[in-house]
Design a protein around this ligand. Sequence first.
Ligand code: V47
Length: 366
Amino acid sequence: MKTDRRAAALDTVEEKVRAGERLDAADGLALLESDDLLRVGSMADLARHRAAGDDVYFVNNRHINHTNVCGNRCKFCAFSAVEGEEGAYTMTLDEVLERARASLDDGITELHIVGGEHPSLPYEYYLEMISALHGLDPQVHIQAFTASEIAYFAGISEQTVEEVLLELKDAGLGSMPGGGAEIFSERVRGQVCSRKISGEGWLDVMRTAHGAGIRSNATMLYGHVETYEERIDHLLRLRELQDETGGFGSFIPLSFHPDNTELEQLAGPTGYEDLKMLAVSRLMLDNFDNIKAFWIMIGIKLAQISLHFGVNDIDGTVVEEKITHAAGAETEEAIAKGELIRLIRDAGRVPVERDTLYNIVRRHED
Ligand code: V47
């Protein structure tokens, strides 16, 4: 009976998807509750094709995590450390520049920078970092600092969020990554990241950034203590802000890794759940052009398969990644551009190297 009811609910959703109608919360729940992954995936594939065609994007980028010292102590995070604790680190600006310099020769077009909310680093550290990185090569796009970090900088510099954003933009900030969103639900935040900016606060920072001409990504950390309803609520709140500003470039569902975290008793999402979450994201976020699979978190092979489950962006070369690896990720930290091209082509899609703002760097037709 339960199976029949679920299949019937999916019939309604499928009609809406075929007609290009917007899905509501009940539709989102029906999709997440379904175990007909192939059916959900084929709906998402249709939506992907309509929104993005057969091009699949990747970016030649490098991540830098300048410090793991953080006052937030989120329970899902294995990366953060207390100042002075074994394993705690903070890069000097020279060390940050050194890492960036080392990747310039590889033709990177993007630096992706996120770190802990360090209780004693001055705001000037971040401002100088952006300015110095921009000075190294103004052509390289700097995507830096989550909405949560930006709100933190506003606090320590006694400025408004808008002032901070404009100052960083002036120094060379190009756009913002989508991290720090976690799950917007107050219930979940109260349990897993009570010291972090609220969900509304995260959305407000993004609204301000978009208004200041700074585009950003959006994420959702799933597979810990949240319910399906809370995942759908998160997606709908993002969709609403995207209707308002149009400032989100992509959405990246982040698959929870439990090792070495305070939630390590949890199992974390399975590959089945990862694919479903990507597909449902594509279907619910009808105003996001790009749904990205972060291969570091779900593995390169599943990321390749996800190209048939609503995904049209596979992130990039990355080079160095600390956040997921601290939490037990078994993926490599880097992948060669040629390998990304091969994976995309093998999946029957057209590999397209993009820059951060989705301008085409090169289409790799046969
Ligand atoms: O903000 C923390 C999440 C985020 C864990 O914008 C965890 O293009 C899984 O936001 N298991 C940082 N996830 C990474 C991020 C990101 C990654 C790739 C591309 C983009 C983009 C953004 O990782 C954090 C947090 O939400 N996170 N701990 C964990 N144990």
